[in-house]
Design a binder for this molecule. Structure first.
Ligand SMILES: [Zn+2]
Length: 410
């Protein structure tokens, strides 16, 4: 590691959290004509700040190389769309949002969420650096600014008279390299009594569930309520409520407002969750030290299962081509020697190959055609949705394999 590296929030010194070796960018799907070319691999090592315990990756790859053309379109997961729709219903009622309100989403992707506000006649603005996703959003009637969000963009918007009653960001805070600029910018575009909701994978669950495949180059930071509270407080905002969500293997949704905004008193949920995080030791550096060995044990168990299955002459296919799957497969060294292929509903990925491992990606119908003995679920956080969709594999006595928190066959 670069000895000069320091914490992107507080500037403190860093200690190693887990080292997943060298890995390609997990959203850089490989086209057939690129298969014989060199492919860039970067270190995938996470560190923890000795001062504020923020878990983070160094900026091995700049965000402009990751997010300007992004393969992850949120609209391809039914469960994720349903999550977005229910959020819009609940927050509209809680904040009394209507045609006179304004919503700004940071990292608005293909408009999968803001479309539900548009349906209700609530004015929206999406901000996302990926031009291809923004085009899809515009087609849904979601106006989208193709930009990285930070303090400069925030000031431009505010000077143009654009401030929001609700600023939301789902799984975007992790993807920000200049964390302080981003959070300061939220304060600038938030009306005096405005509310900001931010969702991110909860590091408490990541650690408890051996979810090392949540770590990839696109995720620069990994948060607890404790670290998020410090970051928002540093920019004169206050977290006044938290909710735990099932998404991405266990996420947090935080509700923040301006520090002095008396219309949003702090709920008991905040101190209760922070107490649990302290009980789990997440405020102490020592807690972060034993994760690496549990990750190595999870890898050994998965490989033992795969070796044994192949030794018995069984065939395996993957389901899904998510970013987390690429961390898992590259770290474990699983290529077509174990997994014949994977499938994905996203046509952008079909016909391409997974980064690093070069496992081919087919449409989901391939599974019924080849009838593999096992289907390895790469987006294991959606396993209930996927086992229901693929219930037909029981017709030929196939089984599902879930790799995390440790390999299990269902
Ligand atoms: Zn720090």
């Amino acid at each position: 590691m670069n000895n000069n590296a320091s914490c992107r929030f507080c500037g403190g010194a860093l200690a190693e959290f887990v080292d997943l070796g060298m890995s390609p960018l997990c959203e850089s799907y490989v086209a057939k004509e690129q298969l014989n070319s060199m492919e860039p691999f970067y270190p995938l090592a996470a560190h923890v700040c000795r001062d504020c315990v923020l878990v983070q990756l160094q900026e091995y790859v700049g965000p402009e190389n990751i997010f300007s053309e992004y393969a992850y379109f949120s609209s391809y997961s039914d469960a994720w769309l349903d999550h977005a729709r229910r959020y819009v219903e609940a927050i509209t009622e809680r904040l009394g949002l209507g045609p006179a309100s304004r919503i700004i989403e940071l990292g608005s992707n293909d408009g999968y969420l803001l479309q539900y506000f548009v349906e209700r006649g609530v004015p929206v603005l999406g901000i996302d650096p990926a031009a291809n996703a923004a085009r899809a959003a515009e087609q849904r009637g979601v106006p989208t600014l193709v930009k990285f969000f930070g303090i400069e963009t925030a000031r431009e918007l505010a000077e143009g008279g654009i401030q929001a009653d609700l600023v939301l960001g789902n799984n975007v805070l992790a993807q920000v390299t200049n964390l302080n600029s981003f959070v300061e910018g939220i304060g600038v575009i938030l009306k005096p009594d405005g509310v900001c909701t931010i969702e991110f994978p909860h590091l408490l669950e990541t650690i408890a569930g051996n979810q090392f495949d949540q770590i990839y180059h696109e995720h620069f930071s990994y948060f607890t309520a404790l670290t998020a509270e410090k970051i928002f407080a540093a920019h004169d905002m206050r977290i006044f409520d938290v909710e735990e969500l099932w998404t991405h293997g266990g996420s947090l949704r935080i509700y923040a407002c301006h520090a002095g905004d008396a219309t949003h008193p702090t709920e008991g949920s905040v101190s209760r969750l922070m107490r649990r995080e302290r009980e789990a030791g997440l405020h102490q550096l020592e807690t972060y030290a034993d994760f690496a060995e549990r990750v190595r044990a999870t890898k050994r168990k998965l490989l033992s299962f795969l070796i044994e299955a192949k030794s018995r002459g069984k065939s395996l296919a993957g389901y899904g081509a998510p970013g987390k799957g690429n961390t898992l497969l590259n770290y474990c060294g699983i290529r077509t020697d174990f997994l014949d292929y994977t499938v994905d509903r996203n046509p952008y990925k079909q016909g391409k190959y997974l980064p690093g491992t070069h496992i081919p990606i087919f449409p989901p119908e391939k599974i019924a055609q080849t009838k593999p003995d096992y289907v390895l679920i790469l987006p294991w956080n959606l396993k209930d949705e996927i086992t229901a969709q693929l219930a037909y594999i029981r017709d030929w006595d196939a089984k599902f394999v879930v790799p995390i928190p440790e390999v299990s066959v269902i």
